[in-house]
Design a binder for this molecule. Structure first.
Ligand SMILES: C[S@@+](CC[C@H](N)C(=O)[O-])C[C@H]1O[C@@H](n2cnc3c(N)ncnc32)[C@H](O)[C@@H]1O
Length: 262
């Protein structure tokens, strides 16, 4: 099923802009994957964001501009997976990614993002700041080891007045090797999800990659919309969505062999 929206086109009357003169029908593309909690769109978020309704939180990990161009191998990250269709130059992040992030922010009163350390000064001024501290170090920078990444918070903490939440997190868990060049560790991402949203709320990730935001949302009783420009990443994310949440209580004891008859 596709959702239909109508967008007003601005027209000019005697040099004055008037909104609502003409209506152009805009249709959301058919979801690549959908279940009761998650919807995945394959496409450029530039085209999909204007068609989406309001959400409760934008939680996203956009390209960082670390130098991998479309089709190049992500040597800087020492990953065996290549950057398939997304460009990851700093110029591209400034020209294309930051404006899209602003559009996504306009759909919500709250946003949390990990902008990367190279591009961070090109993002809108955050309301709060934190760090993802990685003592094991994930690379090198000009002044030494790259052992933390910024976290930008926009809008208000949904639990303001009830509890004082942490803004920085020590991350020791590794991301799962799922075929994406730079997935975020699920445990860490769940902490950001819990910081930024309440039970049952809707979370949007316009740069979802392998769907870590969506998996976190599903595991934590939220709903989520994810977009990625690369079909292979949509496929990886869709596969992750169809894995049911494991109930460890029922898996805690190894199965006993069947007693032999006779
Ligand atoms: C840093 S990765 C996100 C990784 C994700 N956090 C995960 O755990 O797998 C950024 C993603 O943005 C996607 N992307 C880049 N430009 C895009 C665009 N214009 N629209 C939608 N997705 C885009 C890339 O394909 C890439 O998968």
């Amino acid at each position: 099923m596709t959702d239909r929206w109508f967008m007003a086109e601005a027209i000019e009357v005697d040099g004055v802009g008037v909104i609502g003169g003409k209506f152009k029908e805009m249709t959301l593309p058919r979801p690549y994957y959908q279940d009761s909690a998650v919807t995945i769109y394959h496409g450029d978020c530039r085209e999909i964001l204007p068609l989406l309704p309001k959400v409760d939180l934008v939680l996203t990990d956009p390209p960082y501009g670390v130098g991998g161009g479309s089709g190049t191998v992500g040597k800087s990250r020492r990953t065996k997976h290549d950057y398939l269709t997304f460009e990851d130059t700093l110029e591209h992040v400034i020209r294309e990614i930051v404006p899209r992030f602003r559009e996504a922010m306009a759909l919500s009163d709250r946003a949390i993002t990990t902008p990367g350390s190279l591009a961070l000064c090109h993002y809108p001024q955050p309301d709060s700041f934190g760090s993802m501290i990685q003592p094991a170090t994930v690379g090198m920078q000009k002044w030494g080891s790259a052992d933390s990444q910024p976290i930008f918070y926009y809008g208000r903490d949904p639990r303001v007045g009830k509890a004082i939440g942490k803004c920085s997190f020590v991350v020791t868990g590794r991301p799962e090797a799922n075929g994406h060049p730079c997935p975020k560790p699920l445990g860490f991402w769940k902490k950001l999800m819990l910081r930024g949203s309440l039970d049952g709320e809707i979370v949007l990730d316009p740069f979802m990659g392998s769907g870590t935001t969506l998996r976190a949302a599903k595991d934590l009783g939220r709903k989520a919309i994810g977009i990625d420009i690369c079909e292979r990443y949509c496929e990886i994310a869709a596969k992750r969505m169809s894995q049911e949440v494991l109930d460890f209580s029922s898996h805690s004891k190894p199965a006993q062999p069947e007693p032999r008859a006779g």
